[in-house]
Write a protein that binds this ligand. Structure first.
Ligand code: THU
Length: 161
């Protein structure tokens, strides 16, 4: 038996002002996209914004449903839109933000497990690192060089062939 270690590191910024222009712009777009969420059940409004390799910006927000599991996270709404509008076009970076009447939006949130799986496959199929910028309406910002860092030992389509 031998132990194997999986490690990753992220960049932690004290606030949005420390980001470079393109990352800052994307995080602002993600913050704005929270206002388009349909979240009457959780009251947790998530916004995502992506910059594609063709220069287009695509946004997404969480869309809930009275049948709770039917709801879709902002990240997967965005991936579906981006892929439908611009098939096979890589995403260079995605910012994710949130606001809520119940909790303060003063720290980053990171994608749920299901979204990690979707992000991971999007990244591998487009063969391009999908940089993640995670931040609330205020506070620290996390930057990850690629989304797949969030899903070590992922189950991938390689297993199916
Ligand atoms: N949600 C997202 O849209 N993205 C995340 O990364 C975490 C959670 C949504 C799902 C649900 O509509 C609400 O936030 C509360 O879980």
């Amino acid at each position: 038996m031998k132990e194997q270690k999986f490690e990753f590191s992220i960049q932690v910024y004290d606030g949005i002002d420390e980001l470079d222009d393109s990352d800052r712009k994307l995080l602002i777009e993600a913050r704005n996209a929270t206002t388009k969420a349909y979240a009457p059940y959780s009251h947790f409004f998530v916004g995502a914004a992506a910059r594609l390799s063709n220069g287009q910006i695509v946004t997404g927000s969480n869309q809930e449903n009275a049948s709770y599991p039917v709801g879709i996270c902002a990240e997967r709404v965005l991936l579906g839109s981006a892929s439908s509008l611009y098939p096979d076009t890589p995403i260079e970076a995605m910012a994710i933000s949130y606001q809520s009447e119940r909790v303060k939006s003063d720290h980053p949130i990171s994608p749920c497990g299901m979204c990690r799986q979707s992000l991971q496959e999007f990244e591998t199929r487009t063969n391009k690192k999908l940089r993640l910028i995670l931040g609330g309406m205020e506070g620290k910002v996390y930057v990850l060089s690629k989304a797949s860092l969030l899903l070590p030992l992922a189950f991938t389509n390689e297993e199916l062939t």
